[in-house]
Design a protein around this ligand. Structure first.
Ligand SMILES: C[S@@+](CC[C@H](N)C(=O)[O-])C[C@H]1O[C@@H](n2cnc3c(N)ncnc32)[C@H](O)[C@@H]1O
Length: 290
């Protein structure tokens, strides 16, 4: 591993967490199945390094994306590593520094995505509802909002998942969970093979939202219906709850997992007869109209 990668938390994060190609294929298929056409316009909320938006505009010359993040330094990284290298296609990717709750200036969109549990930064219902209403208003009548969700008991346990990569280990550290408020604090660490480490490269202070809570809110702000879709990949932080992850239970928090070696089933809950699920990572797709 070169020194540059070793010092670059965004590059390490992207290698550990993101699978833009797989996600692009998934949302593309979901949209085509319902609308019988290719989605062209994307809003990437909480875009971070805007890797997904860059993959989007690269995937077809008709595609455009507006990527929003509140952190100027992260957007500067996005500009250097993803937007500028697009060349001519860069004109189809707009990076916006701002709060996703602010009114949007752009055209109505086919898709808005909020990846990697980012909306969990909103701890109270009213704030999340305002954000979801804004996302709904940003969509074309045929459009959809795609949120990812980590749920199941695993999401509440204090524990770590370790995922080995060539020359470094990615650690998803669920440090605390408060069952009264569903406040959840997590961190990402990177451990290098020579013993060096980058601890707390990313810190998250989140509210763990459940599927019924999210579905209720989505319908309340004007979406027509909400579809759950299981994500098979195990590359994202919460996704490492899958059977590929090596895991270590920790003992400094409120809800330690009793059996840290149980494998997570990979099928979605479908009602009363569903088997008990330890960890589930899914997309909720909220459509503006039938
Ligand atoms: C968990 S990261 C996810 C980044 C990216 N979506 C991904 O999949 O890797 C959350 C991002 O949301 C941004 N963020 C937090 N609150 C925000 C807000 N109110 N408006 C816009 N961006 C926000 C942070 O700066 C951070 O880059």
């Amino acid at each position: 591993m070169n020194d540059q990668l070793r010092r670059d938390r965004h590059a390490l994060y992207e290698r550990s967490v993101l699978d833009c190609v797989a996600q692009l294929e998934t949302v593309d298929q979901l949209f085509r199945r319902r609308r019988a056409r290719m989605p062209l316009t994307l809003g990437e909320d909480f875009c971070g390094t805007a890797a997904f938006s860059a993959a989007w505009v690269s995937s077809d010359p008709q595609r455009r994306a507006v990527a929003i993040d509140i952190d100027r330094a992260t957007l500067a990284w996005a500009e250097q590593h993803h937007r500028a290298p697009l060349g001519d296609a860069a004109t189809r990717l707009q990076l916006v520094c701002g709060d996703v709750r602010e009114p949007r200036q752009n055209e109505r969109l086919d898709l808005v995505v909020a990846n990697n549990l980012s909306y969990c930064v909103f701890h109270d219902r009213a704030t999340l509802r305002d954000y979801l209403r804004g996302a709904c208003d940003a969509l074309d009548a045929e459009g959809a909002l795609v949120l990812d969700v980590h749920t199941g008991p695993d999401a509440q346990y204090v524990r770590q998942f370790h995922v080995e990569h060539p020359r470094f280990t990615y650690v998803w550290d669920q440090r605390s969970f408060d069952p009264l408020t569903h406040r959840r604090r997590c961190e990402i660490h990177f451990l290098f093979d020579d013993g060096d480490e980058m601890r707390a490269a990313f810190r998250y202070d989140w509210r763990l939202w459940s599927v019924p809570e999210l579905s209720d809110l989505l319908l309340e702000v004007g979406f027509h219906d909400v579809e759950p879709h299981l994500v098979e990949s195990t590359s994202a932080p919460a996704r490492t709850g899958g059977i590929d992850a090596q895991e270590t239970a920790r003992s400094h928090g409120t809800a330690e997992r009793p059996d840290s070696r149980a494998a997570a089933p990979r099928h979605p809950a479908r009602g009363g007869d569903a088997p008990a699920l330890e960890s589930l990572y899914l997309y909720l797709v909220a459509w503006r109209s039938s």
